[in-house]
Write a protein that binds this ligand. Sequence first.
Ligand code: GUN
Length: 283
Amino acid sequence: MAQIIDGKAVSASVRERIAKETAEFAKETGVIPGLAVIIVGENPASQVYVRNKHKACQDVGMHSVVIEMPENTTQEQLLEKVDELAKDNAIHGILVQLPLPAHIDEEEVIKAIPPEKDVDAFHPANVGRIMIGNQSFVPCTPAGVMELLDAYDIEIEGKNCVIIGRSNIVGKPQAMLMLQKNATVTICHSRTKNLAEVTSKADILVAAVGRSKFVTADMVKEGAVVIDVGINRGEDGKLCGDVDYDAVFDKVSYITPVPGGVGPMTITMLLKNTLTAAKDSVR
Ligand code: GUN
């Protein structure tokens, strides 16, 4: 039977620590860490995420600005706004909520964020730093996974870590972070042959596929640690992960539930990156 990795509890305790550090930093320097989030259009899921980010900032005593721009915003207008925030000394982190409307070039927008304010760590300069291993910021989802493993004292060094999914936001940076901790890392994807054979060798399996209940019991090793990054809507309309939780539960040693696993950690890691950005700005 598995031990459930409680992302809500870990998240609450990390946020408490961040709130304390934010207050100490503000007292020492007079600087209140500030995050600006830009949302373009009216994607309902994005609106929920942005609202949650705003509230989370306020809860830990950070300055938070949400900039809502209409769906028909031009690339030029968006770049102007990013530039304005880049120059704003009260703002230490800039996040442009993705996805952007189809007429906007996401890559150009990400590149317009100064790397030292890029709290998503999506800018090529920050991606490169993760590759080298001297990063200030880590993308929020893989950072959250690492924080969970650490909170449960799950050893990474020397382990077989298998990641299903090769996205720039999760799979690739997750692999780099695990490699930095001296794991043997394998990245699997839609063209991987004999997927179950590869995943069933994992001591730590990270599922970031975006398909409901994709990981079945035959794909996991007895006693493995299973981290589920997926957030999907099941056929019953309920949220579910990439892992068939009930089927896998009795076979593994640790597992993250969905919801309540990795999800709560992502905004917490954004707060951590914003505090880091503010601290780096006064160095
Ligand atoms: N949309 C979904 N996840 C994310 C994220 O981590 N950062 C940004 N900017 N947009 C997102």
